[in-house]
Design a binder for this molecule. Structure first.
Ligand code: C2O
Ligand code: CU
Length: 483
């Protein structure tokens, strides 16, 4: 009751957790859908993709056709894949009846190509961003980012993976046959109404709606046939509000990469917690004939008294792995050097600027998102520390566009192993302070901002977002920020 009181004071309304139904138990008897690799053509040295947002239907539940949105298909989208150093272009077409956008989450690119709320694609319209891939290999993703409507667009099904490769990732001893032993796993939770439509409830529950049906790549109760001794799972939490603690009841695994790419070395873990927007690549070993399940255990939401449902923390299975009777040998995950050895390392002692961000209520530093207001102006090339404090008793998920950052400390202490790799999104435990180290480079624009925001999508839509410009040294922000 004390907990409820605090939570009510924050949200000011409605049920906290009480209306959440536990995740339904399902049979794991449907083969995991693998998003197809997007076709591309290289035109004048530019790898060019087409991506069309449209509506459709999908049978998530047996015998029930659910209206959905997707890219190039009824639900989710193809996996885009490109090489470090390549120039890419994406021809985005919007066949929906309303404006949307496509944001390249985790990508280092010019603000005008970012696909945030300032780059809407009108119904029937097209948009063709182009940029050069200039960052280490990683599991990135794309999703709409229309002002105030991101939750609905992602929830209906608009999202996909964007994989980057480089020499280091190719040389690493990692399973790498897409869809076979290198498997995309996009995890989302949904609710359905009596007519089988996707239901998006806004009943005041924190941190948003938690659906009772969990799916991977759009498959409810999925299994994947494993034919190799090890399998690499590229986990994306593509949910709107739910936080997962992924692991296995009967084994540990190697965490090999976080949002922005490979760790310095694999880390053996039992569990990896992912908030909305976060990714992790894990490698798990199986014996011939074994069956195990990726599950979400009750996540430790940060050792504070929050209602048990607030992070979606009941325990449930997510994906069944079924090993064949004979398995092809797989290497033990290893790589000779840090994937970042060729990058300019981020060093805390280089930090010349520090900024503070306090997340409280639905605001950041006392303000809600305003498309016409610039909140921060960053000078290109500066290394910065962003001190991000979650002042609420509810969790948040803090995402910064354009960069990969390093987590320096959590409440002044060393971060846990899963936060030691490159990150663009970080779960913020209630009432804790995170110090993040980052550097903005290359792309300056005195008029077009990037975003930082909570990736719990209802929070984002309700205004927990701010805007920053990256400018040349000595330059100031234009008065004419586009909106
Ligand atoms: Cu994944 Cu600003 O978003
Ligand atoms: Cu939030």
């Amino acid at each position: 009751t004390a907990v409820l009181g605090v939570a009510l004071a924050v949200s000011g309304c409605g049920a906290i957790g009480g209306s959440v139904t536990p995740v339904r138990e399902v049979e794991f008897d449907s083969e995991l859908a693998i998003p197809p690799l997007a076709e591309s053509s290289v035109v004048d040295g530019v790898r060019t993709f087409d991506l069309t947002a449209r509506s459709g239907t999908r049978e998530f539940l047996p015998g029930v056709e659910t209206p959905t949105w997707g890219f190039d298909g009824p639900y989710l989208g193809p996996t885009l894949r490109a090489e470090r150093g390549e120039r890419v272009a994406v021809r985005v077409t919007n066949e929906l009846d309303e404006a949307t956008s496509v944001h390249w989450h985790g990508m280092h690119l010019p603000a005008a190509m970012d696909g945030g709320p300032h780059q809407p694609v009108a119904p029937g319209g097209t948009w063709e961003p182009t940029w050069r891939i200039d960052q280490p290999a990683a599991t990135l993703w794309y999703h709409p980012h229309p002002h105030g409507a991101t939750e609905e667009h992602v929830y209906r099904g608009l999202a996909g993976l964007f994989l980057l490769d480089d020499d280091a990732s190719r040389a690493a001893e990692l399973p790498s046959e897409y869809g076979v032993d290198d498997v995309p796993v996009v995890v989302q939770d949904k609710a359905f109404d009596d007519d089988g439509r996707l239901e998006l409830r806004h009943d005041g529950a924190e941190p948003g709606m938690l659906g009772d049906t969990v799916m991977t790549n759009g498959t409810v109760g999925a299994y994947h046939e494993v034919t190799t001794e090890r399998v690499r799972l590229r986990l994306l939490n593509g949910s709107t509000a739910r936080t997962y603690a992924f692991g296995f009841a009967d084994r540990s695994f190697d965490l090999v990469a976080t949002d922005g790419g490979l760790l310095d070395a694999p880390v053996r873990l039992d569990e990896v917690r992912l908030a909305p927007g976060e990714r992790a690549e894990v490698v798990v070993a199986l014996e011939p004939g074994e069956v195990t399940r990726l599950r979400s255990a009750e996540p430790d939401l940060g050792g504070v008294a929050v209602p048990s449902t607030m992070g979606g923390n009941d325990a449930f299975d997510v994906l069944e792995l079924r090993a064949a009777d004979r398995l092809t040998p797989s290497p033990v995950p290893a790589w000779g050097r840090s994937s970042h050895a060729d990058d300019d390392e981020l060093r805390a002692e280089d930090a010349a600027v520090s900024r503070s961000f306090e997340l409280a209520g639905r605001q950041i530093n006392g303000e809600r998102m305003d498309m016409g207001r610039v909140d921060e102006v960053v000078t290109a090339g500066d290394t910065e520390v962003w001190e991000v404090r979650n002042a609420n008793p509810v969790p948040h998920s803090f995402h910064v566009h354009d960069v990969q950052f390093r987590v320096l400390t959590v409440d002044g202490r060393e971060p846990p192993p899963q936060l030691t790799g490159p990150k663009d999104t970080v779960y913020l435990e209630p009432r804790r302070t995170y110090r993040l180290l980052m550097r903005f480079e290359d792309y300056t624009d005195a008029e077009m901002p990037y975003m930082y925001h909570c990736h719990m999508l209802l929070h984002e839509d309700e205004g927990m977002m701010g805007q920053f410009l990256v400018v040349e040294p000595g330059e100031t922000a234009s008065d004419h920020v586009e909106h």
